[in-house]
Design a protein. Structure first.
Length: 239
C-alpha cells in the first residue's frame, strides 16, 4: 500500500476521538495513521513487540476511543503468538471500541472462526485491509461518529457462527480425547505424512501393530479413512 495520501482526503473538521492502529505490519499501520491524521483525527500507531501487556501499557494514560486491531498480530519479540481475540476483551474492559482489521477476503475456515470469535468478544465489526483507502476511512469515521458499522442482524449471525464453531470444537476435543497417548502419537505422525511402515520403524514395532492402532483410531474418531482422521487432527492444530 502506498504511503501517499490521496488528495480527496484533505483535512476535515477536527475530531477529539483517540484512534489506535494496532497492527504488526508497519507500512500498513503508518499509511492508515497518516490518512486518519490528514482528517485531523488523533491517530497513533502502537508497537506490538511487547505483546499484549506491552500494548495495554502503551494505552494506559490515553483517553479511550477507537482501536483498529489487526485480526492476526503475529508474534512478539519472544516469538510468542499474540491473540487478537483475547486482546479485544481487555481493550473493551478499558472502554475502547474495537474495530477489527481483517487481512482481506476470508481465506478459509480459520479466518471465519477467528472473525466470528472477534465479533463475539465485542468487536463492533470488521473492515478489510485490502479495501480502498476511502472505504477504510469511511468505516473508521462511521465508528468515530458512534454509528453502526455492522447491522444487528449481521452481528447476530457472526455470534451464532462463533457458537457453532465452539460446539464443533468441543465435540472434536471429546472425540480426540478417546485416543490413548500412543494412538495420538500415531495420528500426529500420520498428519505429518508418515505411513504405517515408517511409523512402525519409528516405534520399533510391527506394521501389523501400527495398522491395528490406525483401525482403533478410526473407530474412536468415528471416521472411515486416514484422510478424515488427519483432517480432524489438523483442524485441532490450526484452531
Amino acid at each position: 500500500m502506498s504511503l501517499t495520501v490521496p488528495e480527496q482526503f484533505a483535512p476535515d473538521e477536527a475530531a477529539s476521538t483517540s484512534i489506535l492502529v494496532i497492527d504488526d505490519h508497519e507500512l500498513f499501520s503508518t499509511t492508515l495513521a497518516l490518512l486518519l491524521r490528514s482528517r485531523r483525527l488523533d491517530a497513533r500507531q502502537l508497537t506490538t513487540e511487547g505483546g499484549a501487556e506491552g500494548i495495554l501499557a502503551q494505552i494506559h494514560a490515553l483517553p479511550v476511543g477507537i482501536a483498529l486491531l489487526d485480526l492476526y498480530l503475529g508474534r512478539d519479540v519472544h516469538g510468542r503468538g499474540l491473540d487478537s481475540v483475547s486482546l479485544i476483551g481487555s481493550l473493551s474492559a478499558l472502554g475502547w471500541t474495537v474495530l477489527v482489521l481483517s487481512g482481506g477476503q476470508l481465506r478459509g475456515n480459520r479466518d471465519e472462526v477467528r472473525l466470528a470469535a472477534a465479533i463475539a468478544a465485542g468487536a463492533i465489526g470488521s473492515v478489510s485491509k485490502s479495501a480502498t483507502l476511502q472505504v477504510l476511512l469511511d468505516t473508521v469515521l462511521t465508528a468515530v461518529a458512534g454509528e453502526q458499522v455492522m447491522s444487528e442482524q449481521t452481528r447476530n449471525e457472526w455470534v451464532l457462527r462463533h457458537h457453532f464453531h465452539q460446539n464443533r470444537q468441543r465435540e472434536l476435543d471429546q472425540r480426540l480425547a478417546r485416543l490413548s497417548p500412543r494412538e495420538r502419537e500415531v495420528l500426529n505422525l500420520l498428519a505429518q505424512g508418515h505411513h504405517a511402515q515408517s511409523i512402525a520403524v519409528h516405534f520399533v514395532v510391527s506394521v501389523t501393530t501400527v495398522r491395528a492402532q490406525i483401525r482403533a483410531i478410526l473407530a474412536k474418531l468415528g471416521v472411515n479413512s486416514q484422510l478424515e482422521a488427519v483432517a480432524l487432527a489438523n483442524h485441532q492444530i490450526k484452531r
